[in-house]
Write a protein that binds this ligand. Structure first.
Ligand code: ADP
Ligand code: TRP
Length: 331
């Protein structure tokens, strides 16, 4: 039997090429070897996105984005967290096994408290219980589906370790293997994709290249990449150029070697390097953009895909809940 890989995607912003190379592509590659369960963590997003129209739009765009990028819903169970009520039942049960002290140590909560302390504010100002209990809901997402591995970025490892602690506390209490203890799978090899200003591409820095930007906008964004003041004739070092780092993600090995040589020879200005970057980015993203637009144009079909995924997911979820209820004496 294949092992189970599960990950959640928070719909808090439109997808950009950092998400594509850092999360989407590696997760889709993993789905070839695992029974994959990938979901839209919409209740996690509710902690920060409080505008209904915005959240509903983001849920659809992120779901369509994963499908456009190649997620096959026949092979991957793909669903919305909010469509699985068992998640919230499990989350409530797990609360009884989660020390408050464990939550106090969560990075996101600690960072919020630290920021408040710096401003001489109430330590818990602006902290809602959704943020405070975020790791319990995430543990429920993971444990509900008997996940073996959880592909995540480094920032999420602590949350997966908390899920381990919580599952172990349940198993220890009932002296039985009631819940599966998950492992984090961190993709060490995934490079940080640089943004337009050279910092890590991130929606919080406003330096992203959206994955499905129309061709015209894509060209404009690429032309905006910050460069140094080296003139056309000067030889340039490809390895320290943001443009070349992005180019490497999209170009073939031959194309990379050829462009690196042109950098080193001199005689090529940044404008030409950007045109060449635009060509390869647009080549890879055009089919994705077309697929994304087609999915977004048929909201009924998208809902149907997600509903089918939820149905499959709930069959598995129900079994975990019965196991736990039985063990706990609430059957
Ligand atoms: P953002 O930084 O834009 O808020 P998220 O934190 O929502 O992005 O990230 C979602 C996923 O995409 C995570 O797995 C994260 O590791 C990955 N990711 C985001 N930005 C990058 C980047 N610039 N390079 C590589 N991976 C990234
Ligand atoms: N917390 C994750 C993030 O911010 C999203 C998430 C929610 C998740 N539930 C999960 C990831 C379960 C992996 C497994 O990116």
């Amino acid at each position: 039997m294949k092992k189970i890989a599960l990950t959640g995607i928070k719909p808090t912003g439109i997808l950009h090429i950092g998400n594509y190379f850092g999360a989407i592509k590696p997760a889709l590659a993993l789905s070839a070897d695992y029974d994959a369960r990938y979901f839209i963590a919409d209740y996690h997003a509710l902690n920060t996105v409080k505008d209904a129209k915005e959240l509903s739009g983001l849920i659809r765009q992120v779901a369509a984005g994963w499908l456009a990028a190649g997620l096959d819903p026949e092979r991957v169970i793909f669903y919305r967290q909010s469509a699985i009520p068992e998640t919230f039942e499990l989350s409530t049960a797990l609360m009884a096994f989660t020390g408050k002290g464990l939550m106090n140590r969560a990075h996101a909560y600690k960072a919020a408290v630290q920021a408040n302390t710096g401003k001489a504010d109430d330590p818990d100002a602006g902290v809602n219980m959704g943020l405070f209990t975020y790791p319990v809901l995430m543990a429920a997402d993971i444990i509900l589906f008997d996940s073996d591995v959880v592909p995540v970025g480094k920032d999420q490892v602590q949350h997966v370790e908390m899920a381990q602690d919580i599952a172990q506390a349940v198993n220890f209490n009932y002296k039985a293997e009631v819940l599966k203890v998950p492992q984090a799978a961190v993709q060490e090899s995934v490079a940080v994709v640089p943004g337009l200003d050279g910092r890590k591409m991130s929606k919080s820095y406003g330096n992203t290249i959206p994955l499905f930007a129309p061709e015209k906008d894509l060209r404009k964004l690429i032309m905006r990449i910050v460069t140094n003041s080296q003139g056309v004739e000067e030889p340039k070092d490809p390895e320290t150029s943001q443009i070349f780092l992005l180019y490497k993600l999209f170009a073939t090995a031959d194309e990379q070697a050829a462009l690196a040589a042109r950098y080193r020879e001199g005689g090529m200005g940044w404008g030409v390097a950007k045109e060449e970057l635009f060509r390869v980015v647009n080549r890879e993203l055009t089919p994705l953009r077309e697929k994304f637009n087609a999915i977004m144009a048929d909201p009924k079909a998208l809902d149907e895909t997600l509903a089918q995924g939820a149905e499959k997911a709930r069959r598995i979820a129900g079994q975990t809940i019965s196991r736990l209820r039985k063990a706990a004496g609430i059957d």
